[in-house]
Design a protein around this ligand. Structure first.
Ligand code: IMP
Length: 188
């Protein structure tokens, strides 16, 4: 007999559900289908490379690529942003780079959340200098109220209010990434 899944809804935990696991799964499947349709004509001529931004995008990326019915290559990039822990400074550094050149390839960058937009703005500019055939952005979440940089999100999961969220890859002090849904911190 299968054991019961872990219960995350214990009262001592500092978050409430914002987006259910079922709603995430449905939306991620739609995004994967859309990517499949958009890239089907391109994949014959050049590699499609999906780049996950560590660590927050890992769970979203793992689910998303399984809905992309095309041959794609996976890469990861590590980023650290300097400044206050909770306020993005716009000063971003690549701490781990992709393993292969991107020239001539169709690149899809996968991010967990676009908050102020500084991180993604820096990253897209940096990757564009490597002369990919095309570059697009998939982001699970967007907090437009916090936007400080205009960022074009080609494949967006959900627009959310200005709350600090955890789960499905997103963390608070490195915890809660394995929560199967998106929750918001209630004790902050
Ligand atoms: P930005 O540069 O302000 O857009 O920040 C992007 C990064 O900040 C994301 O990739 C996350 O790592 C982190 N971040 C922003 N908002 C949240 C949140 O609500 N929960 C968890 N991490 C967040």
């Amino acid at each position: 007999m299968a054991s019961a899944p872990p219960s995350w809804n214990r009262t001592q935990e500092p978050f409430a559900e914002l987006i259910s696991a079922e709603a995430i799964a449905a939306r991620v499947a739609e995004l994967g289908k859309q990517i499949t349709e958009d890239y089907r004509p391109l994949v014959e001529k050049a590699d499609v490379v999906v780049i996950g931004v560590l660590k927050g995008s890992v769970i979203f990326m793992a689910d998303l690529v399984r809905h992309v019915a095309l041959p794609v290559k996976l890469e990861f990039i590590g980023i650290s942003s300097y400044g206050d822990e909770t306020v993005s400074s716009g000063v971003v550094q690549i701490t781990q780079d992709v393993s292969k050149p991107l020239e001539g390839k169709h690149v899809i960058v996968v991010e967990d959340i676009v908050d102020t937009g500084h991180t993604v703005h820096y990253l897209m500019e940096n990757l564009a200098t490597r002369r990919p055939a095309s570059i697009k952005l998939a982001a699970l979440l967007h907090k437009p109220e916090r936007s400080e940089r205009e960022v074009k999100i080609d494949y967006l999961g959900f627009t959310i209010p200005n709350k600090f969220v955890v789960g499905y890859g997103l963390d608070a002090a490195q915890l809660w990434r394995n929560l199967p849904y998106i929750g918001y911190i209630t004790n902050a």
